[in-house]
Design a protein around this ligand. Sequence first.
Ligand code: AMP
Length: 426
Amino acid sequence: MRVLVVGQGAREHAIAWKLRQSPLVKEIYAAPGNAGIAQVADCVNIGVADIIEIADFAEKLKIDLTVVGPELPLTLGIVDEFKMRDLPIFGPSRLAAELEGSKVFSKEFMRKYGIPTADARVCSSIDEAKAALKELGYPSVLKVDGLASGKGVVIVGSKGEAEEYLRLVFEEKKFGNAANRLLVEEFLTGEEVSFMALTDGTKFVSLAPAKDYKKAFDGETGPNTGGMGCYSPAAWLDEEIAEQVRSDVTERTIAALAAEGAPFRGVLYPGLFITHAGPRVIEYNGRFGDPETEVLLPRLESDLLDILVACADGMLAGTDVQWSDDAAVSVVLASGGYPGAYETGKPIAGLDDVEPDVIVFHAATRRDGDAIVTNGGRVLAVTAVASTIEDARTKVYRNIERIHFDGMHYRRDIGANAVAIPAQAR
Ligand code: AMP
């Protein structure tokens, strides 16, 4: 089969790397890919937002399956474009992807179908928001409705902080129309966990639970990032909670979307808090998590292509998904300054010096003559697999010492608290 992977990060590198192991796959293309993806796929110079060009390419080369990594082409309607042309693709339609785009839509959807979520009020003015804050107290979480480039969620600890943000949103219109409505949401305590499922619109298979780290620095300090590392399995998430997530969140969401006439095919990735009262959904994503994919796919024993084709065809029933008992830890190596301003074009040394079974997924790299150089904020995701999290952790950090680029920084505590979490989670 011929496969096309859309995207250019470590997640897409992991997808292409895993698909390469399938005996059914003959050719893999990536649009646009990066220097690491080029080791396992032919990269074509089409950007992820150019959905018409991507569809033209898939049509011309008679691609048997296109797999979409990032959110942008999904919200632009790449799946609808492919469906219109009868081209096979793995991912949700634009309507289903709307769950990700609007906080108010997704909150109302969860309420309607009894999917456990944080308590919240939908507000259209400062006065309504103030009344909601009086009711819910501090801290509370304020979320503007539409896509706000990751800046639309704040946790406010006091009336002063809340009112300053509300002024920005409703009077200064900092987020434009994205913020005509705003959620005032109950502040949850507990552990966040990633528990994705692959679905064909009716049936689903759960991926193994994984834990990612969003803050830039050790001990969950510093600014938020796209993700600085991850581990799997999250053994502290016991079977009882996992079953609750599968039945109350995953199954209910899939059935609800089908009932709404927008069956969801692809990766259903709810953002979850495990609280004392059980799991609560705080948002939906419709794509593979990054960096979760970089620890999950190395643990997957089944053929990824089989599973993705079954999802795209609506034939997931009976598909077997096997995970290895091993643990995986992935650590992101970032450019100096990330998530703030950073420079690119720094030569990367030591990529070939890691132990043979350590995988270096490229997040943002490009070739410059004979060298591979940095090309973004998150540059590499280094993954090690071993029989325990502790061993995988030791192995990954031992190998990171062999890799270097100017300004490189990374967290030293990925996976360090993997065993300590249960007390907080309960
Ligand atoms: P979101 O864009 O909804 O994923 O929110 C971004 C981050 O804000 C999440 O990853 C959480 O760490 C935090 N957050 C969102 N909602 C809540 C909540 N109700 N309670 C506590 N923290 C939250």
